[in-house]
Design a protein around this ligand. Structure first.
Ligand code: KG4
Ligand code: ZN
Length: 384
């Protein structure tokens, strides 16, 4: 299973002895597969920066009626979608090829963190393809993968706005998703330190819970964001958590403060069931609560990011994970940081295969160990 890496090394050698003439053959084309939560996704990326295809099938609509992801439904839905999604990603990456698999050098797949049943579907698909098509296999950490969405700088796919340059090291990564909130300082690829993380809810999880309190549709991030546009962000003063560890986050207090305020505004006390609140609050109250909550939740992240920027002086800052799609996060960060941030397309912030393929490219290019296609197993609690 080292065939592709070997051929890449050969290309580097050819380039070295012949100059730029053969540089064109030195490509690393990786298929990335992602199935850790409710998105079944696959994409092909070349050399860690060129996005050739990106296919995402979401089972979000099936979960919306339950107000959150139902693991059993997610896993079943991955089983139905995984092969069509992979097939489309590989075909659209090389539409004129007789066999589009030929140009794929390796497969990278999310093996954690995530839902066990969901991860298993993507992993088994990747393992099977790696064996039958004799491709190298790379296991990818989902959270690290999110950071690599920022390394995509080129595509001919319609509808994407990508940064024109890759972020420079040292790089401060602000990772904010539905399952994770972390600040990490990367000195280089595969060389990073975790500065801090959430002690309780992830940022996206707080948005999802506040959406439920306000009766806004799942997923909560985009719907709270949208509702907040009609509200006054200073109508209510919610608390910010102050922790001993400067780079750790906490959102559970903020979420409870929103619940208590909503109960009070609805004319009840703390015993008023949260399920009744959406009917007792008017539209303006909901919009003001959404805007005031969003301001504090985002400020909490931005405060920590600015603190880390001032202490470590990184050359670049990236935001990653579903909450990185938030216009409010982009606005506050750009306003307060003294350097320019090159934001990626919001479609590449929520779960996708492109970020997994991008990190897969760097994993292959840096000759990191391949995964055993007979053994790679889900690691639901994998940490950074
Ligand atoms: O990264 P992601 O797709 O999945 C995980 O790895 O968790 O992130 C999903 C999270 C959800 O909690 C969703 O509510 C949040 O990202 N999200 C947003 C926005 N778009 C998605 N949060 C705030 N503002 C948004 N515009
Ligand atoms: Zn994610």
């Amino acid at each position: 299973m080292i065939l592709s890496t070997t051929s890449y090394a050969y290309c580097v050698f050819v380039k070295y002895v012949t100059g730029v003439v053969f540089a064109k053959i030195m490509v690393m084309r990786i298929l990335g597969i992602e199935s850790s939560c409710d998105e079944t996704a696959a994409a092909v990326v070349e050399d860690g920066h060129r996005l050739l295809s990106n296919v995402v099938a979401s089972s979000m609509d099936l979960h919306a009626v339950y107000g959150g992801v139902v693991p059993e439904i997610a896993a079943r839905s991955h089983i139905e979608s995984i092969m069509p999604v992979i097939d489309e990603a590989v075909r659209t990456a090389d539409p004129n090829a007789v066999d589009p698999w030929e140009s794929i050098n390796g497969i990278s797949v999310t093996y954690g963190a995530g839902l066990g049943g969901s991860l298993l579907v993507g992993i088994l698909a990747a393992r099977t393809i790696a064996i039958t098509k004799n491709k190298s296999l790379y296991g990818i950490n989902h959270v690290e993968g999110h950071v690599y969405a920022n390394f995509l700088t080129e595509t001919s796919l319609p509808g994407y706005t990508l940064p024109s340059v890759q972020p420079e090291f040292p790089l401060l990564a602000v990772i904010v998703s539905g399952g994770h909130s972390q600040l990490a300082l990367f000195q280089n690829h595969f060389d990073y330190t975790l500065l801090g993380q959430t002690r309780d809810d992830a940022t996206g999880e707080a948005f999802d819970k506040v959406a439920k309190i306000l009766g806004l549709p799942y997923p909560g991030g985009p719907s709270v964001s949208k509702k907040a546009l009609e509200g006054d962000a200073r109508a209510y003063m919610f608390p910010k958590a102050h922790l001993d560890e400067p780079y750790d986050f906490s959102f559970s207090g903020l979420k409870t403060a929103v619940l208590r305020l909503a109960q009070k505004e609805a004319g009840g006390d703390f015993t008023l069931p949260s399920t009744e609140l959406p009917h007792l609050l008017n539209d303006q109250q909901k919009a003001d609560i959404a805007a005031s909550f969003q301001r504090i939740a985002i400020e909490t992240i931005v405060d920590k990011a600015i603190l880390a920027f001032e202490e470590y002086g990184p050359k670049s800052v990236v935001i990653a994970g579903g909450v990185a799609a938030s216009p409010e996060l982009r606005r506050q960060l750009s306003e307060r940081l003294p350097i320019t941030i090159h934001y990626t397309d919001p479609k590449l912030c929520t779960d996708n295969g492109a970020m997994i393929a991008a990190l897969g490219c760097f994993t292959a290019l840096h000759r990191r160990p391949t995964a055993d296609p007979y053994r790679l197993a889900p690691a639901p609690n994998l940490s950074m």
